[in-house]
Design a binder for this molecule. Structure first.
Ligand code: PLP
Length: 390
């Protein structure tokens, strides 16, 4: 199977699996236990915390281990819901992942706003400037890169703007970390991420918190993580996550792709993706790439296909040909609810129903992109549908 669904989850890197296996044997004690075996686990957590803090650019004490980005986002929103203080609104972009939107609805049902996005899928900075002149929200949230379109958001600009207005800023960096350098993210007050998007195991992630904040823990029942997240830490998962992130950060820091002097690892992959998009538009005339203009992650293509057939049938046919692709966010896949992201960008429901997402990984080859293109052209021919006028 050729895998083009890395934004849903990325296969675990062999070196991360190895690190996990070794850690299960080496760190067999509970890191909270007073004996030497416990201390060894605690030392591994400290080393991992220091390493992540170095990548993010923050203090090790700001890092809290979680089960992933969903828990991280829930923690942030419930923290502001429980904290005393004026009940001001929370503003997040309209294209946030359900991991952010659902807790927002739960904790701030009548006290939130969704910041609009442009047709290109970028948060509308004019809207934000304008609204900040008139009101001060309790928290602003903006993802670093969108999971459906890959469109990179101006999170550093919004972080600076939020700071200028004395508003805390939360960045869901789940699709960014491991694909682009993490440095600078640590300057956001809150940052969430998940290991399985960059080759680490599932069910482990992190939350970077502001140094001076007493976090209202989401999970209580133990003193772990300085009382910020109860429950025995997943030491092997954390060690494996950091092994995967180290591999990704090393690739991101290297000037040349091994064996391809003159091309950065990201530049090379971006070129493969761009060639795919160009040829897709030629072979399936009428194809529209969502967010084509702005900067996007090097791995993501969100394409509104011309054939007016149900996108689930595309997925099934491609699956039979040996390709795993997606209809959008993992949560939205498998059911035909229109994507909130595509709708927020101003596309009609009929257009949204024709959107497929192809998301590659670090290990995806140009040959695999070419094979995907050939498979798409074949399915298109099989459908025998004239380009849609809808
Ligand atoms: N945020 C974004 C942008 C995502 O893409 C995802 C997963 O797809 C999540 C949060 C949730 O991650 P997890 O399921 O690992 O908690």
């Amino acid at each position: 199977m050729i895998y083009f669904d890395h934004n849903a989850t990325s296969p675990m890197l062999p070196l991360a699996r190895q690190a996990w296996l070794e850690a299960t044997e080496r760190y067999l004690g509970n890191p909270s236990s007073p004996h030497r075996l416990g201390g060894r686990g605690e030392a591994a957590l400290t080393a991992a915390r220091e390493q992540l803090a170095r990548y993010l650019g923050c203090e090790p004490g700001d890092v809290v281990w979680t089960s992933g980005a969903t828990e991280s986002a829930n923690t942030v929103l419930q923290h502001y819901a429980r904290r005393r203080g004026p009940r001001r609104e929370v503003w997040v972009s309209a294209i946030e992942h359900p991991a952010v939107l659902a807790p927002l609805g739960r904790y701030f049902p009548r006290a939130h706003r969704l910041m609009p996005v442009t047709r290109a899928g970028v948060v509308d900075l004019d809207w934000l400037h304008d609204h900040l002149r008139r009101a001060r929200p309790r928290l602003i949230g903006l993802m670093a890169a969108n999971n459906e379109t890959g469109v990179i958001q101006p999170w550093a600009v919004v972080r600076a703007l939020a700071r200028e207005h004395g508003v805390p800023f939360f960045c869901d960096a789940t699709q960014w970390v491991g694909r682009l350098p993490a440095s600078g993210l640590g300057e956001c007050d809150w940052v969430g991420g998940s290991a399985h998007k960059f080759g680490g195991p599932r069910g482990v992630g992190f939350l970077k918190c502001p140094a001076d904040t007493r976090l209202e823990a989401l999970l209580v029942g133990g003193p772990q993580e300085e009382g910020r997240r109860a429950g025995t830490e997943n030491v092997p998962g954390i060690v494996a996550m950091m092994a995967a992130l180290e591999r990704r950060e090393t690739a991101l820091a290297s000037p040349d792709e091994p064996g391809t002097p003159g091309s950065t690892p990201v530049g090379l992959r971006l070129a493969w993706r761009e060639r795919f998009e160009e040829e897709l538009r030629q072979r399936l005339p009428g194809t529209v790439i969502l967010g084509a203009g702005p900067t996007r992650l090097w791995n993501t293509v969100s394409a509104c296909l011309p054939a007016a057939d149900c996108r689930q049938r595309w997925v099934v046919k491609l699956d039979k040909l040996g390709f795993a692709v997606s209809t959008g966010s993992a949560c939205a896949s498998g059911r035909e609810a229109p994507s909130q992201v595509v709708a927020a960008m101003g596309y009609a429901a009929t257009e949204a129903s024709r959107v497929l997402r192809f998301s590659s990984g670090w290990e995806t080859t140009p040959e695999e992109w070419k094979a995907l293109l050939a498979a798409l052209a074949r399915v298109y021919r099989e459908f025998g549908v004239a380009p849609s006028r809808r």
